[in-house]
Structures are given as structure tokens and as C-alpha cells.
Design a binder for this molecule. Structure first.
Ligand code: SAM
Length: 245
């Protein structure tokens, strides 16, 4: 799986992939990330990537020619999928991250200023990806988020298969609460059930907590889902949960 990021600020990516799970995936060759300076695809002596918008309004717009040239240069055998980071795009979620992880090459174009020339949207990209309903100054942070979220679904990137499976959203609901040492901190205790050694009971408790959190915080995630009979039973049981803790 290979990501190609096209940006006018390649230096912004120096630190972001240099630690943790993504760094390990890069070292093990599970994921490749190439960052390309859009200015390298200009053909004028000023290496100009932006220009004033037609119609006379304020700001600058990224020009189409260097973006088309950059994509044509980095795309492998016409196989790469091309996405523009944009607040107007499909909002990134676990489903989209999983879809991207199944691609061989994902090319991410980072916009800047007022955005990019619309011909890029209409004639070059396969889609636009947003990381939320707010406007960033540029697509670089969004591209880093996309690369991180998608890489987690590349087989082998996250150590134990389980950790991705139980992650929030991956299984359609939020993750269960986690605790570590100490058992008690400033009077705050870790739920007793976690020391029971009874793995079935612990699993049941975790599922119940995950369902409860989801129903309370993100009812939209379960609203149109048919819950398994066991999950329905666990939810009905929630008022009695204190007995388990
Ligand atoms: N004028 C544009 C609009 O309102 O749709 C916003 C331009 S924004 C200042 C500059 C660039 O930041 C965009 O071209 C895009 O690449 C990136 N960007 C901003 N918000 C984003 C978001 N929520 N998700 C992904 N990319 C975003």
C-alpha cells in the first residue's frame, strides 16, 4: 500500500510519520509514503503554483497544470486512486479508511489558500475527502489523518488483529473503557470485574460498556442497526451493571 502526498509544504510531514505505529509500518515496508513538492511540477522560473481567481475576488487558488502533472508523474500504471482533501468531500470514517487501505496506491492532493482550480475536482480526482465540518488552512493535516486512519486497516500494521477489530467504529460501535495500573488512584477504583480472571464475564462486561457508551454518546451509530439478541439483552441489563463492578 502506497500513499503519495502532493503538497506545497512537504516539510510539514517530516515529523508526523516519524514515530509510533506508522513509523513501524514504514520500517517494515507494509506502507510506503512519498511526499511530493507541487513546485517540482511547475514549468516556469518562479515555480508558481497559485494565481488569482477569475471573477476578481480575494485570495489565491492552486493552479491546475502542476497538479495534473504531479498526479500523472506519480500514478503507478494508471492504478492509483486520486483524492483531493477538501471540506466539501465525503467525511472520513472507518468505512472510508478501510476502503482506502484496500487500494494499492492512494494519491492525496493537499489544497491551500482558497482551494484548487475546480477542473482538478471535475476532471482529475476520483473523490474528495473531508476530515470534518470545519475549514483548515490546508490539506496537509487532513492528509496525515487520512494516512494514519487508513494505514491502521492495512494487514499487519496494528500489532494484534484484535486491536483494530475492537477500535471505536470498526465494529460499528465505540470501544470499551480501558484501565491500567494502579488499581486505585486518589480513591478512583478500577472496576472489580476486571480482576475476576473470568474471561467470559470480562468480555461480557466490556461489550456491555461499549454498547452503553455508544447508546449514550453516539445513538446515531446504533439507530439503524439490528442488534444481535445478546447485545439487546446486555443493553436491557445496563441498570443492573453496578452489581458487576
Ligand atoms: N474555500 C474552501 C472552502 O470553503 O471549501 C476552503 C479552502 S481551505 C482554506 C484550503 C484547503 O485546506 C482546502 O483546499 C483543502 O485542501 C484543505 N481543507 C480545509 N478544510 C478541510 C477539511 N475539513 N478536510 C480536508 N481538507 C480540508
Amino acid at each position: 500500500m502506497r500513499f503519495d502526498i502532493i503538497t506545497i509544504f512537504p516539510e510539514m510531514f517530516a515529523g508526523v510519520f516519524s514515530g509510533g505505529i506508522i513509523k513501524r509500518a514504514l520500517d517494515r515496508g507494509l506502507v510506503r509514503i512519498a511526499v511530493h513538492d507541487l513546485r517540482d511540477f511547475t514549468q516556469d522560473k518562479h515555480r508558481q503554483v497559485d494565481d488569482r481567481p477569475f471573477g476578481g475576488l480575494e485570495g489565491m487558488v492552486l493552479k491546475p497544470e502542476p497538479i495534473f502533472r504531479a498526479v500523472e508523474a506519480v500514478r503507478e500504471d494508471g492504478a492509483g486512486r486520486v483524492y483531493l482533501l477538501s471540506p466539501q468531500g465525503r467525511t472520513l470514517d472507518a468505512d472510508l479508511a478501510r476502503e482506502l487501505a484496500a487500494e494499492r496506491q492512494v494519491i492525496l492532493i493537499c489544497g491551500r489558500y482558497e482551494g484548487v482550480d475546480e477542473r482538478v475536482v471535475e476532471h482529475l480526482v476520483d473523490g474528495e475527502i473531508s476530515i470534518g465540518d470545519y475549514v483548515l488552512s490546508g490539506g496537509e493535516l487532513a492528509a496525515a489523518v487520512v494516512v494514519d486512519a487508513a494505514s491502521r486497516f492495512v494487514p499487519g500494521v496494528v500489532g494484534k488483529e484484535d486491536s483494530v477489530k475492537n477500535d471505536s467504529f470498526a465494529g460499528g460501535i465505540l470501544d470499551y473503557p480501558q484501565y491500567t495500573r494502579p488499581r486505585e488512584f486518589r480513591g478512583m477504583k478500577v472496576p472489580q470485574v476486571l480482576f475476576s480472571g473470568d474471561h467470559k464475564r470480562i468480555e461480557r462486561w466490556r461489550r456491555k460498556k461499549a454498547l452503553e457508551k455508544t447508546v449514550r454518546r453516539r445513538p446515531d451509530l446504533v439507530r439503524n442497526r439490528t442488534l444481535a439478541p445478546e447485545d439487546r439483552r446486555l443493553l436491557e441489563d445496563i441498570p443492573n451493571e453496578r452489581k458487576d463492578e
